[in-house]
Write a protein that binds this ligand. Sequence first.
Ligand SMILES: Nc1ncnc2c1ncn2[C@@H]1O[C@H](COP(=O)(O)OP(=O)(O)OP(=O)(O)O)[C@@H](O)[C@H]1O
Ligand SMILES: [Mg+2]
Length: 551
Amino acid sequence: MRAPFVLVSRLPLASGLRHHQNRGFAAAALAPLRSEVTEDVGSGSGQYSPVASSQKCGSCGKPLKPVQTVNSSNRYLHCTDCNSLFVTSSGSANFNKWNALKSNETMVKRPPYPREIAEYLEKYVVGQNAAKKSLSVGIYQHYRRLANNAENNAQNYLSQGQAHPHHGNAMNFPQAQAQAAVGHLDYGHDPQFSKPVRIEQPPHTQAPMFRAIPEKETSVRLDKSNILLVGPSGVGKTYVTQVLARILDVPIALSDCTSMTQAGYVGEDVENCCAKLLQNAQNNVERAQQGIVFLDEIDKIAAAGDSHGHAYRDVSGEGVQHALLKLVEGTVVNVKSGRKGPGQQDTVPMDTTDVLFVASGAFTGLERIVGQRLDKRAVGFGASTAIHSVTKDDSDQALINQKRDKLFSQADQGDLIKFGIVPELVGRFPVLVPFHSFDKSMLVRVLSEPANSLLAQMKYQFAMDGVDLDFDPEALEEIAHLALERKTGARALRSIVEKVLLLPKFEVPGSDIASVQVTRGAVQGTESCSYRRREQTAEQEAPEPVAIGAS
Ligand SMILES: Nc1ncnc2c1ncn2[C@@H]1O[C@H](COP(=O)(O)OP(=O)(O)OP(=O)(O)O)[C@@H](O)[C@H]1O
Ligand SMILES: [Mg+2]
């Protein structure tokens, strides 16, 4: 069995990053600095626990000492003898997973490039190219940042250890302090001194010990750039994050802000998103601290403003925003660990400094705020005929969408503040990504193009009964047209298609129907879907017409 920790580096650490790059991408997520695996010397209990003194250096066999880090978990182990630094794994379970991954074909030697992430998104998400780009870059930079900062932490530790030759390294600090406390300095067997010299000091004059300020900062620490997705309803804000979640190599938590309340109120605590992250990281705090939190529907915690009146919350929404502030910025929160038992803590401290936050919201009415800012003439937009009046004309709707998209793409942080998000929170989301709305042709693409598209799903459902399902191109256009009228983006597509296919879904199982053809008339409700039965080749009408409406 392998040890639950791996060698990071021996001094000097110059080649550390090169090692990391060569060792495989999944390794970066499990333990960012893996470079060489030691033999089994630990207990391998499978629990993430403080390191026992019995663990020995894989290089020289001397006992390892844990390095004190800012958070409670002992991540690094140091061999004072040969100056090797090890990073602990979260336990044998993850370590075995890492070994399994290592032998797996899915391993790559680097994080996926933004272009590759975008290509993957392309298979599932129609349009939204700006969002795909921003998210791909955000995710890639997140991976890079994790690797870089972990490398820096290790390097800083080692350079600190060298900076105080007279006091040993940072870990000997308490020992030196203890000596000062008892008021004597023992020079041991140095031949320079004929006999040990004792310097008596009254307790109140004990000299305190301070850590020296480093002469120069050797490394650049990368800060995160949280992302805010803004756009109308049903255009893929939540969907794109769900698709991304499938390929992420770090723990993720999808959280909905709608149910979040201030501490003390009935509802979900803000810190719950961290609890989810920890849960998805199998209770491994170190891994959870490198995760990504998706905060959906963040506009629902906006304080009431001029633009949206009572549709949103009052001051309590602002309270939630303030609670989110610290979390997004980076703080240590006590998170329920999900573990209970003798000697085990119910809560664990978790640092959110490195957690990437991706928030999204429809921000209905934001276009008016942007319009007011950009042009006095735009004040009327939305408030007058254009957006609130019910228009049957397709081109009008397309024009409105076009205008709205343009305004959304020009939205800035100030507009969000006016919308009711506190400036401090807005400031913590430096990347603002606008989503565009869909026109008819795009809705047709959403219906049919993506892997796992709605049509593919429906065809699969019928194929399970041995029946072919086909849609006329005009039928698809009609579905898109009806969906556009509902003004809920791509969300309306499913309900329209389900309605059209209700009767065939009822009639097909156990019948002699071989294929179903959906026509424009069937979508409009003026005729029924046409069936081809096994015995007869001639088309036969279904008994009842399927009536569907636009609402
Ligand atoms: N760009 C897209 N490509 C493919 N399918 C999409 C796209 N946008 C939306 N969809 C489909 O529409 C559904 C609803 O989209 P989604 O939940 O992402 O909306 P949203 O933008 O989060 O809206 P809201 O602001 O109302 O939450 C998705 O489940 C998906 O099936
Ligand atoms: Mg959503």
